[in-house]
Design a protein around this ligand. Structure first.
Ligand SMILES: Cc1ncc(COP(=O)(O)O)c(C=O)c1O
Length: 406
């Protein structure tokens, strides 16, 4: 079966005939189905969905999620304070900046937008964050809204194991209470929300084809981790509320954990971002299934030897752990493979052809998916938008609007 649709290569090739390559595009029919799918995951939980803008990095597509998704979608999980300003200036509100910063220019934006009534908060995870932000708030005469970032890693053997990301040091109930009490003593800040992102559930594939044993092991570990973190997140949230902290929002999860996070009674909302583009690293999940919707195309410019084509460009490697899954995924035609000595190159990318590959000539396209979602938009100024197999427009990415926020 072709996960991209019947004859997808031929269709996209025709659509982009005569266009300049490299190019990037989003198939809106698929994108919209992903929006509807994400909404359905929360239809019974009643949780709202906060959109992780880092996984889109394109204003029009971000707005489209809210327009097409309806009231289930509320708020943005932004990745920098400058980005938050850009979003607010473009009409969006209810923004949590999910990664801490104490640099002066960010504090200035935070203070200014708060003064003008924006619903904006920033994640913090240590007393130093609290002190710096409180000083800025107090000096400006405003109360800055904060979100407590709780570490959701799984530590079955105590401190010697840490399965999850390394971000917040706040892991236990006592540590969370310590932060809450410290904030209460400060004049320029207040906690209004908490966030616990279980990366080890939300970003770990557990349904690789042909890897039954590995998948079962990963799912076993995920199930254990979900049990532990659900209990701990609830305890922390309950104790914070008992302490008088008015948590309007408790955010959790990501695209890969929409089901398990949605079931967690202590969260008020789940986050989704990668679900909409559904890049290479969001293909093999057991509990959720998205349709690949965002692609880039390169043109074949050389044929070094029979069975190999070389494309122009292509070295758009995904961030994170170093492994071959972070390379762009050549998807159409299906079955193309990298040369291990070259991978995806700075200016050229050779690929070996499968035996049943349609004939490729100079100038023909090869279509890829980026391994990660929003990073695609850091490589292109604009995205072509396709509907019913026709280009209906183009839209600038953040980069195309002159913004490289990180
Ligand atoms: C804090 C936080 N929440 C949620 C997510 C999930 O985002 P996505 O749905 O794009 O995987 C991430 C991704 O890294 C994150 O850092």
């Amino acid at each position: 079966m072709n996960p991209y649709g019947d004859n997808a290569y031929g269709i996209y090739k025709d659509v982009f005939k005569g266009h300049r390559f490299p190019l990037a595009f989003v198939d809106l029919d698929k994108f919209d189905r992903n929006i509807a799918y994400v909404a359905r995951t929360q239809a019974e939980t009643g949780k709202s969905i906060r959109v992780a803008s880092k996984s889109l990095r394109c204003l029009e597509l971000l707005k489209r999620v809210f327009k097409k998704g309806g009231p289930a979608f509320q708020g943005v999980l932004a990745f920098t304070m400058e980005e938050a300003k850009f979003l607010i200036d473009n009409g969006l509100d209810d923004i949590i900046v999910a990664y801490p910063s104490t640099q002066i220019s960010d504090l200035d934006i935070f203070v200014e937008k708060t003064r003008w009534g924006a619903n904006l908060s920033q994640v913090v995870d240590c007393q130093e964050h609290l002190r710096v932000l409180s000083r800025a708030g107090e000096k400006a005469g405003v109360l800055l809204n904060l979100c407590l970032d709780i570490d959701m890693s799984y530590r079955p053997l105590g401190r010697i194991t840490h399965l999850g990301v390394r971000r917040s040091p706040v892991h236990s109930v006592d540590q969370a209470l310590e932060m809450a009490r410290a904030a209460r003593e400060l004049p320029g800040v207040r906690f209004v929300s908490a966030m616990g992102y279980e990366a080890q559930i939300a970003s770990m594939n557990d349904n690789y084809p042909g890897q039954g044993v590995k998948n079962r092991v990963v799912r076993l570990f995920k199930n254990q981790s979900v049990k532990e973190l659900t209990r701990r997140r609830k305890m922390i949230v309950d104790r914070l509320r008992a302490e008088g902290i008015d948590l309007c929002v408790v955010n959790g999860g990501g695209s890969g954990s929409l089901v398990s996070t949605g079931r967690d009674d202590s969260v008020t909302e789940v986050t989704a971002g990668s679900a909409f583009f559904a890049p290479g690293l969001f293909r093999y999940f057991h509990e959720v299934a998205f349709e690949p919707a965002a692609f880039f195309g390169l043109q074949v410019t050389r044929m070094p030897v029979k069975g190999v084509v070389t494309c122009q460009g292509g070295g758009y490697v995904g961030s994170g752990e170093v492994n071959v899954n972070r390379l762009p995924w050549p998807v159409l035609p299906q079955g193309l493979e990298y040369l291990s000595m070259e991978g995806a190159g700075e200016v050229q990318t050779p690929l070996t052809l499968p035996r049943d590959c349609p004939k490729l000539a100079l100038g023909d396209p090869v279509f890829f998916q980026h391994a990660k979602a929003g990073e695609l938009c850091e490589r292109f100024n604009q995205i072509h938008l396709i509907e019913k197999n026709k280009i209906i427009g183009t839209t600038p990415t953040y980069r195309g609007q002159g913004h490289a926020f990180l």
